[in-house]
Design a binder for this molecule. Structure first.
Ligand SMILES: Cc1ncc(COP(=O)(O)O)c(C=O)c1O
Ligand SMILES: N[C@@H](CCOP(=O)(O)O)C(=O)O
Length: 498
């Protein structure tokens, strides 16, 4: 007990010293770096685009682009990545970064009150605070799924990262604040270079893009697969004043079109193929570590569609490890809907050999799923996802329509009100628990990617037992009663066996 008190006191003193240093440095962290390191050796924080292939091979080819350039692909057609000067960031020790990030949580100081911009030096260090377009996104709660964990899965340490509790109702806000802020800067630096910002979307990217563009006064265009997104998603870009094109195709068709349009016009691409988005999304991983007092969970389960987000989480965890804030990585699980499972199929065919996943991968025609935001058959970030899985000893799991709807409904009964994509992740977790891959006391985080209120149509169908071929075992249909005390009492007595 005494040892614990001493440890606690010394930790508190250290934290308070760090926080004082943090606030002293708040005004200009670069100047402080120059004071600590001889000027000829000092690195300044900076980030640039490099080919993703360079990151994969850990060999820098020298091909780089400024973040002010309008470029989405490397010379050989591969993906790009935002590369940070890690030496510059490492001039500060882990204690410094932990204390800085902790000190900024919940402040109103612009822009650090945002969960994304509270990590600005690790996101877009060169951006002026005046160019930032933020709704103070991030800082989402980590929900202790105590009852669901205990009753449904026999688990003691299950958490849900509520990324859907956000301005537009999904994790996309985290990436969009970064992308739209950078566009804001480019439009000032190079007038006429970006007329509008566009995306293909299954409903969440379009909601976030249109909201951030509306806040900044930048025109936006969204390509949506006709009749494949929820009403709550569709109404957002309409209300935000975007040009909404409802196209008679699926998401993959919309993605092909937006790539062509953005290659030929001054319309800037806002999908996660543009690696700027992932810089914002990675902060959710850093936040999880922060919320666990910089302890690393054993597992993090992420619903996967276009597969940018699993790489973003990987990147956030990896940066924390490389800069010494934590000493290990969690194992990542990508959860896909069975009807849109190209990564799962490749992973299964590879029989546990990470090296063979890419060779086994084939794009597919995604079928309709209640997890409509991940109805994607040809994910842009397949290579990024494979790297994240390989480097974390990761797993891919799938969920059928019945499994995902049942998992979501069962979790709702414990107060979650989650979306079908979170249902996919919960169903994947259920299977991994049944197979004892995840242990009863493993600290596990399920990433909830959207707000349940965006998906009321499918919830209503489930609870009304109107889903053909599904038993809807957790349905709770409303009971119709006459305006009559006897009828009301009968309904209550039946329910509670009075
Ligand atoms: C609600 C929701 N969950 C999960 C995903 C999957 O994210 P990613 O495309 O980055 O794999 C998306 C978008 O694709 C989404 O909108
Ligand atoms: N679920 C996404 C699909 C597009 O993903 P992105 O991350 O590449 O923009 C959506 O909501 O549109």
């Amino acid at each position: 007990m005494q040892v614990q008190q001493k440890l606690g006191a010394s930790r508190a003193m250290k934290a308070s010293r760090n926080v004082q240093r943090v606030f002293a440095a708040h005004s200009d962290i670069r100047k402080e770096a120059a004071l600590r390191v001889p000027l000829d050796k000092a690195h300044t924080f900076n980030a640039k685009f490099v080919p993703f292939a360079d990151v994969q091979s850990q060999k820098m080819s020298g091909e780089t682009y400024s973040l002010d350039d309008i470029v989405y692909r490397s010379r050989d057609g591969g993906l790009l990545d935002v590369h940070h000067d890690m030496k510059a960031l490492a001039q500060y020790g882990p204690d410094y970064w932990r204390a800085l990030f902790d000190a900024r949580v919940g402040t109103t100081a612009w822009p650090f009150g945002s969960g994304v911009w509270s990590k600005k030096e690790w996101v877009l260090p060169g951006l002026s605070d005046d160019d930032i377009v933020s709704m103070f996104e991030g800082n989402s709660n980590l929900f202790w799924a105590e009852r669901f964990g205990r009753e449904a899965l026999g688990m003691t340490d299950l958490w849900v990262k509520q990324c859907g509790n956000s301005h537009t109702g999904s994790f996309k806000d985290l990436g969009m604040t970064v992308l739209v802020s950078q566009v804001n800067r480019i439009r000032k630096l190079k007038p006429g270079s970006v007329t509008a910002v566009g995306c293909a979307s299954t409903g969440d990217t379009s909601a976030a893009l249109s909201a951030y563009c509306a806040a900044a006064g930048i025109p936006s265009i969204v390509f949506l697969p006709a009749d494949k997104i929820s009403l709550a998603q569709l109404v957002q870009p309409i209300a935000n004043g975007a040009l909404v094109l409802s196209i008679d195709t699926d998401f993959d068709g919309c993605m092909r079109l937006i790539k062509q349009v953005t290659a030929e016009t001054p319309i800037y691409l806002a999908n996660s193929m543009n690696s700027l988005r992932l810089e914002g999304q990675k902060t959710a991983a850093i936040e999880i570590l922060q919320q666990f007092d910089w302890q690393v969970p054993d597992w993090v389960i992420i619903p996967g569609g276009n597969l940018g987000n699993i790489y973003a989480f990987y990147k956030g965890f990896k940066m924390c490890k490389e800069l010494g804030l934590v000493d290990k990585m969690p194992r990542l699980v990508c959860a896909q809907a069975q009807n849109a499972n190209p990564l799962y199929q490749a992973f299964s065919k590879a029989h546990g050999s990470n090296a063979a996943i890419k060779e086994s991968y084939e794009p597919m025609k995604a079928k309709t799923t209640f997890a409509s935001a991940i109805q994607i058959g040809d994910p842009v970030s397949i290579d990024r996802a494979i790297m994240a899985l390989k480097d974390t000893n990761g797993i891919v799991e799938e969920a059928s329509e019945e499994e995902l709807m049942d998992a979501a409904a069962r979790a709702d009964r414990t107060g979650m009100f989650n979306c079908p994509h979170t249902g996919v992740a919960l169903a994947a977790l259920t299977k991994l628990r049944e197979r004892q891959v995840i242990g009863p006391n493993d600290r596990t985080v399920v990433v909830s990617t959207a707000h349940g209120l965006k998906f009321t149509q499918s919830k209503v169908a489930y609870h009304s037992k109107q889903v053909p071929g599904m038993s809807c075992q957790f349905a709770n249909p409303p009971v119709q009663v006459r305006e009559d005390l006897g009828a009301v009492m009968d309904a209550i007595k039946t329910k509670f066996k009075l």
